[in-house]
Design a protein around this ligand. Sequence first.
Ligand code: NOJ
Length: 565
Amino acid sequence: MKLEQPARAWWKEAAVYQIYPRSFCDSNGDGVGDLPGILQKLDYLQQLGVDVLWLNPVYRSPGVDNGYDISDYRAIDPVFGTMEDFDRLLEEVHRRGMRLVMDLVVNHTSDRHPWFIESRQSRQSPRRDWYIWRDGVNGGPPNNWGANFGGSAWTQDEATGQYYLHLFAPQQPDLNWENPAVRDAVFEMMDFWFQKGIDGFRMDVISLISKGGFADGPLRPDGLYGDPSPQCANGPRVHEYLREMNRRVLSRYDCLTVGENAGNTPELACRYAGFETEELKMAFQFDLMDVDGGERDKWSARRCWKLADIKDVMTRWQTELEGKAWNALFWENHDQPRSVSRFGDAGSEENRVRSAKMLATCLFLMQGTPYIYQGEELGLVNRRFTCLEEIDDVQTRGNCADRLAHGARLADVMETVNYISREHARAPMPWSAAPQGGFTTGAPWIPLHPDYPFLNAEAQQADPDSVYHYYRKLLALRKSSMALLYGHYALQLPNSQQVYAYTRTLNGEQALVLCNFSGETAPCPLLRGRTEHPPALANYAGGPAEEALRPWECAVYLHQTGQSL
Ligand code: NOJ
């Protein structure tokens, strides 16, 4: 096969670091992270070797969904600081040669946004059709759709008696993208931020913006509500809207854009983020996050996964996007639990460290842009919740309420929460062994993981064998090799149930990546003849010693392709 190097681009070579500002670093002791807090940690991030910072929403918001309910797109929420703080942060990020990407939340606004306040006033309001209003049917909502955070997706509004659509919480009414005035307002707002100098957007649930109709959805297995996605996910006009956005805004800036695309498939990704399609640069896929999903969704999680499924998913995405679109690679974000607890082993300190390194090696050396979620570079793990009162997250609470109303046992619900809730990722960053992990001098908005006195950034910076230092080496290695950045991916040992092995090949250079996804020794014939050569990177000192990988062991070999595999 002739291997051609995809066109080079900074956003392909970059590693993105996701910051959940509320939980990153608090500079003023109010218990909530803020923009000056991020500023204080820029050296840490630069030393880690990441290139782009993606901030979860910091716009003005009542905070029902921690900033995903925006009431003013052009203001910084006072809890995070001021616009001057933002400008200073952007300047300092750029001064360090890094870039800054913002979250774009335009499927919905807050119900406190002036647009919605005006819209709900009367049926004649000039902004009435900025949102999606319908009459009820037989004394109930317009259709059977359930919201993503539990309950119906429709709320009846007193002023007019009509219902408005909210695919998420009732305080997050969906915008009506059919209305050109809505699109104009969104595009102008995006331009406002680009004019300030930001480097791109991560686009929240962007695949939901075009609604294809309002017929009942198929009943979810819980029997409570219908599923809106057949008509809302990847709706009929979504590509038209994104091309318009691209033509009017994105194409004028050298930016990174990544869609959060529920229900993404490789075929769809090649449209949303095809090299030729003029929409986005990348689109997240959720197939990897679904390998342990139950028959309904994450709330009926299977709590176990098979390596074969991970290999199938990743190999399909690597293969089907090659030459056509670019992958966005992630194990974690603010909506997921910690990957070590989920795909690695958080049960012992040595396996925590090994499996955190292995997971990063396996995913972030594939073709695509790595997205590292704050604390992932420390191998942070889930904490244990004993009751729902300990949970702040609107999604966890809403979905658990639905399950309990439907007769589920509290113990089962808590087990799911401890496995899959997004609350895990949102615990404040442990910076040091100081009180509250050095995150705040006050009372943190939600508790830190109780292990922070030894599991923290300062301890790991001081330890050359830490997960943190491994990430530094991994990111540097990735950047040093054109094969790792742009090479062709080929799965090796497809039938191994323990080892994920693959090669990346380009212009005579080849990388071999070997990862043991188990706590047992795993035979690995690809190591034959290699054990006397030091690997370019490994998570056991000196690298693999025999033709087998030890528990959670990983190694990366770089060589010229004259050599046999
Ligand atoms: C996806 C975001 O990642 C999540 O955190 C948020 O709750 C929903 N979209 C609604 O905006």
